[in-house]
Design a protein around this ligand. Sequence first.
Ligand code: ATP
Length: 200
Amino acid sequence: SQFIVGLTGGIGSGKTTVANLFAAQGIDIIDADIIAREVVAPSSEGLNEIVNHFGTEVLLDKGGLDRQALREKIFRNPEERQWLNQCLHPKIRQRMIELVKKSSSIYTLLVVPLLFENGLDSLVDRTLVIDITEEQQVNRTAHRDNSSTEIIKNIIKSQMSRDDRLSKADDVISNQGERQQLEQAVIALHRKYLTLSEKS
Ligand code: ATP
């Protein structure tokens, strides 16, 4: 069956940037953020279950999910947050498995921000962590999103620590330097993954 590499890293580490370089090598990319939106799309099973549980207050006029309203429902309410996770995680996992089956590249890259936190590393054969300093995470994310450093620091705190993430990685790409340096690192790993895919 398909050889799967799980790509992860903290907020603003460069996951999308690196994934695009693998895509340029002809590798199919599966993006967990896109799947997470798909499973609550208008008239999806996920959205129906959420509305049955939380009420129509979490719906926008157009029939889509009101994320802000949902966030308020689970804010400071661990039981509701757990309910939501238990509703969505199996659907996300199932959809990932479906998309991996459809992938036709020699191996497949699964891009998952919370790969370790959500136990999705159990789906992959190998993990690749994109590593930068926390200071760079704050600077690059603030620059990209025009958001406050305080919010970004809170997101970093809610994610796994840099050391814990690195200790779980099979492979690491440091993105602390210039963007141009990434391509060489990606090509080297791409060769390695081609070899590993042949053996699996
Ligand atoms: P998120 O977790 O928020 O989705 P991400 O891990 O996908 O982020 P990217 O969006 O790829 O990260 O990168 C974060 C920002 O940093 C982007 O604006 C990107 O263009 C920029 N960036 C990526 N690599 C470098 C680099 N080596 N030097 C400077 N800027 C970089």
